[in-house]
Write a protein that binds this ligand. Structure first.
Ligand code: FAD
Length: 262
């Protein structure tokens, strides 16, 4: 399988939290869903930055590995959030519009998105492999279950999406502006954006979006973000998982059992 982002790199399997993700070493990205990706394009800071920011209160910096890990654990347990605001993750994301719409609700961070007024959209739509039924108790959620004629329904979905793109192209060819032609396209259309976010806000995102209450499609992104977070800030991520994650997630539970106790 090829990388959905750079189209060059071959993908490696990365096992994390009991799941396997497809990673491209050429552009530092994971494939997500059927055509999406998440890439970490830049990162500034790290665990040491958390410690240095916290110790500025009494004019000191690092005190050695054991003391520094203990300090991170202490701040995590006591919800001292501001020292976790001095690092920065910059992501490039390709996600369906309905996922982006949930994502953009996270106000603490910065976004720039591709403009359908400026460029013509490609024929890129999210097509679910399986459909889900309404959750019997949670009005927002869904679960897997039997759906009569499921294959036919998925074919219908593909047909509508294809037709909407054909009409979009016809509008453009007839000279209709991109900003009005695009309004025919469905929520399953893939969009792209840059997202810059500090670790404190990222923990809030993972808390809400890796949890099983969140829609499965955005959860897939939150899990891969967790890997990047762990890779760049292992002490912070481990103590977040152990002492501050308060959602419900088998994926996070698996990590909780594996990651180092600080
Ligand atoms: C499972 C799920 C279901 C959801 N369902 C709905 C829904 O039905 N309808 C809907 O509209 N939204 C829904 N949301 C979105 C949700 O209400 C939040 O907008 C979204 O999760 C972003 O969370 P946040 O505000 O904590 O994040 P951010 O906007 O990144 O904010 C981070 C933190 O900063 C602080 N903060 C930010 N802005 C302010 C402010 N203006 N005033 C005070 N403190 C602030 C808060 O402490 C906040 O937690 C849902 C989210 C989830 C996870």
């Amino acid at each position: 399988m090829r990388c959905a982002r750079c189209k060059r790199g071959f993908l490696l399997d990365v096992k994390f939290g009991g799941e396997t993700f497809q990673f491209c070493g050429s552009c530092n990205s994971f494939n997500v869903l059927d055509k999406g990706f998440i890439a970490l394009v830049d990162f500034v800071g790290g665990d040491e930055m958390v410690v240095r920011a916290a110790r500025i209160s009494y004019g000191k910096e690092t005190k050695g590995v054991d003391q520094d890990k203990k300090l991170i654990k202490y701040m995590m347990e006591h919800r001292h959030g501001t020292p976790f605001e001095h690092s920065l993750f910059i992501f490039h994301v390709k996600a369906p519009i309905f996922v982006a719409r949930q994502w953009f609700r996270h106000r603490i961070g910065s976004f720039n998105e591709i403009s359908g007024r400026y460029v013509e959209y490609e024929d890129d739509f999210y097509i679910p492999k399986k459909l889900r039924i309404q959750h019997p108790k949670n009005k927002q959620a869904s679960i897997y279950g039997d759906i009569p004629g499921e294959d036919e329904l998925i074919s219908l979905y593909e047909e509508v999406v294809r037709k909407s793109y054909e009409v979009y192209k016809r509008f453009l060819q007839a000279g209709v502006a991109r900003e009005i032609s695009r309004t025919i396209l469905p929520l399953s259309l893939y969009t792209q954006f840059y997202w810059s976010v500090n670790p404190r806000s990222l923990m809030n995102f993972i808390n809400l979006r890796a949890s099983e209450d969140a829609q499965e499609e955005i959860r897939e992104y939150a899990k891969r973000i967790s890997f990047f977070f762990y890779d760049r800030m292992p002490w912070t991520f481990s103590s977040f998982v152990k002492y501050a994650f308060d959602g419900k997630s088998q994926f996070i539970q698996n990590l909780k059992e594996k990651l180092e106790n600080l």
